[in-house]
Ligand binder design. Structure first.
Ligand SMILES: Cc1cc2nc3c(=O)[nH]c(=O)nc-3n(C[C@H](O)[C@H](O)[C@H](O)COP(=O)(O)OP(=O)(O)OC[C@H]3O[C@@H](n4cnc5c(N)ncnc54)[C@H](O)[C@@H]3O)c2cc1C
Length: 493
């Protein structure tokens, strides 16, 4: 038997990931009564803390870019960001280790980075600087249409800036592949690999993805990479606090089972035995499961749901009984054969045996994240999304290959220093966050039409139904999830 409750709230938000929290805060700041329903016992989704034995890691996101989007959210809620959080620009942004022993520090200042590249590889500094300038030009040209507004509203295309962008779209290199453009640009294969890496920031493959993804390098090198004090879990903590201060109500351990629709208009949601009435529903849940699990009676918008899913990851959260002065906050050990690695991920749906390894150590910035004399290593390798692979066998192999590569290529013999270990993989990512197939970023951006094949932030057939988060427009990653919430806020009447 179900009970019907008309709670004070007229807005129900499903899920408390970055996109759900940000949308809830914005709508509540406008005076709406907002309730967030979260299936887990705490907020955060892919940006939540993992704690054991005195160590703290973030579940997923580690790199923080475009902090001005976070600031803008707080200001739009009439709050002062400095009352809630602080961040600092990091330098170097990342330390890159190549199989031939080359180490490149990606310094925060583009000219220093370019000089470092030139001295380590012979690639002329001018190539790096002009590449970053071009990335900036493309970002400025595309951001208003592809990121900051709904792609699916006529009004996005009618202002002067948009018209200018549309006239210049042909200069974006949409039809060219990222790797092809980068090979053309740089003479040194290591630098091609370094810039190809940015395709993975939205779970794509640089050998098939359009070269427009080169704009991501602009965000890191020209606009800067940041560390949020407290690490990425502090992001959702601060968003949660903002929500509370805006009057948002939370229900945890509350799995939403259905979105109720009458006469093509949302009327509420169902959680267990209880129905909650609402005029507006914002789903921060993965778009595929929103349709399949919560509105199975509606026809699926196939062109948005059927797209190839982004890649996923295997993450080892290692407590390390030692500190390493030769590692930075962000570190990458590159695969000896990047093309073969992406062939494994995209086509063979396996993890390559010489994987690119990402090591993130937030205790370099926040000593409290590891016991004295220890470090909290977040070690990630790219993996395909879940297609029913035997993950326990893949994890055993990946662990062996990672430890071997760290020892041989970086002199990091750490196996005996691992004091505790937690592992996540596409299966557990799906379980924890209900992300379809455990993909990190919803659909991949491997085709030129990808941007148009992400679900809009509103339903085209159901009034009052909106979507925020990494599986819808403008895409995955913390900054884009914040933007999805901003767009939802603009769309809700
Ligand atoms: C390993 C990894 C590394 C990453 N690295 C970075 C990075 O360095 N930088 C970056 O910017 N981004 C990174 N990302 C991506 C970024 O973390 C995500 O894009 C972003 O956090 C997704 O937020 P979201 O709003 O889509 O919600 P999600 O985090 O997907 O959360 C959705 C929430 O909805 C809840 N939910 C789902 N279904 C229901 C239901 N039926 N009822 C109630 N609740 C429900 C889930 O429990 C979850 O809490 C990474 C992600 C991962 C996993």
């Amino acid at each position: 038997m179900s009970i019907s409750k008309k709670i004070n709230s007229h807005v129900c938000v499903i899920g408390s990931g970055v996109g759900g929290l940000a949308a809830a805060a914005r709508l509540a700041a406008r005076g709406m009564q907002v309730s967030v329903f979260e299936k887990n016992d705490a907020y955060g989704g892919k940006v939540s803390p993992i704690r054991t034995n005195g160590y703290l890691w973030g579940f997923g996101a580690s790199l923080f870019t475009l902090p001005e989007l976070l600031d803008e959210l707080f200001v739009s809620c009439r709050q002062s960001p400095s009352d809630y959080y602080s961040y600092t620009q990091i330098d170097p942004i990342c330390r890159y280790f190549f199989p031939d022993g080359t180490i490149i520090n990606a310094f925060a200042q583009p000219d220093l980075f370019a000089a470092e590249v030139a001295s380590k590889t012979g690639e002329p500094s001018a190539h790096i600087l002009s590449f970053l300038k071009e990335a900036e030009r493309k970002y400025e040209l595309t951001k208003d249409i592809f990121l900051f507004h709904s792609l699916h509203k006529f009004s996005t295309y009618t202002n002067r800036k948009a018209v200018h962008s549309l006239f210049n779209l042909s200069s974006l290199g949409i039809l060219k592949k990222m790797n092809a453009v980068n090979e053309n640009y740089f003479s040194d294969a290591r630098i091609v690999q370094l810039f190809n890496r940015y395709a993975t920031y939205n779970g794509s493959n640089p050998y098939v993805a359009p070269s427009t993804l080169n704009v991501i390098a602009h965000l890191e090198y020209n606009k800067g990479a940041y560390y949020l004090q407290g690490g990425m879990p502090a992001l959702t903590q601060t968003l949660y606090q903002l929500c509370l201060n805006m009057g948002v109500k939370f229900k945890f351990n509350a799995m939403v089972n259905a979105i109720h629709i009458t006469d093509n208009r949302v009327t509420g949601i169902n959680v267990g035995n209880t129905n909650y009435a609402a005029d507006v529903v914002v789903s921060n849940m993965d778009i595929v499961y929103t349709y399949r699990n919560l509105m199975p009676e509606l026809p699926e918008p196939k062109r948005f749901l059927a797209g190839e899913k982004s890649s996923s990851a295997i993450i080892f959260y290692w407590g390390i009984k030692h500190t390493f002065s030769n590692l930075e906050l962000h570190n990458i050990l590159f695969s000896g054969n990047y093309k073969a690695e992406f062939d494994c991920i995209t086509n063979k749906k396996i993890v390559y045996d010489d994987p690119t390894i990402y090591i993130y150590i937030s205790s370099k910035m926040d000593k409290a994240h590891a016991p004295e004399g220890c470090e909290n290593w977040f070690v990630m390798v790219n993996a395909p999304h879940d297609c029913g692979q035997d993950w326990s066998q893949i994890i055993t192999e990946a662990r062996k290959n990672i430890l071997k590569k760290l020892k041989i290529e970086a002199g990091l013999d750490i196996e005996s220093l691992i004091s505790c270990e937690i592992v996540n993989h596409p299966g557990t990512i799906q379980e924890k966050t209900l992300s379809h197939l455990g993909a990190l970023y919803g659909n991949s951006s491997n085709t030129i039409l990808s941007a148009f094949l992400r679900h809009p932030n509103f339903s085209q057939s159901i009034k009052g139904l909106y979507f925020s988060g990494g599986s819808v427009h403008p895409g995955g990653g913390v900054p884009l999830c914040l933007l999805s919430a901003k767009i939802v806020d603009e769309l809700v009447d």
